[in-house]
Design a protein. Structure first.
Length: 69
């Protein structure tokens, strides 16, 4: 096993840095998209407008305690 040249070592370090950067960027984008979807899901509220009266419609399939407080 011979010694690697400085250039080969440099290229290996660069490749590792690129892989780590791409993985961290992908993870960040994934977290932002997930948070955005959850935010829209939690803040979407249905309203019924009837003769000037606004009624909020609750979904029976989800826990509504947090909204009611």
């Amino acid at each position: 096993m011979g010694r690697k040249s400085i250039y080969e070592s440099f290229m290996r370090i660069q490749l590792e840095a690129i892989v780590i950067s791409v993985l961290s960027l992908a993870m960040t984008i994934g977290c932002v998209v997930w948070c955005y979807k959850k935010f829209n899901e939690r803040t979407s509220v249905t309203y019924i407008h009837n003769h000037g009266v606004t009624l909020q419609v609750f979904d029976d399939t989800e826990n509504q305690e947090a909204i009611l407080k």
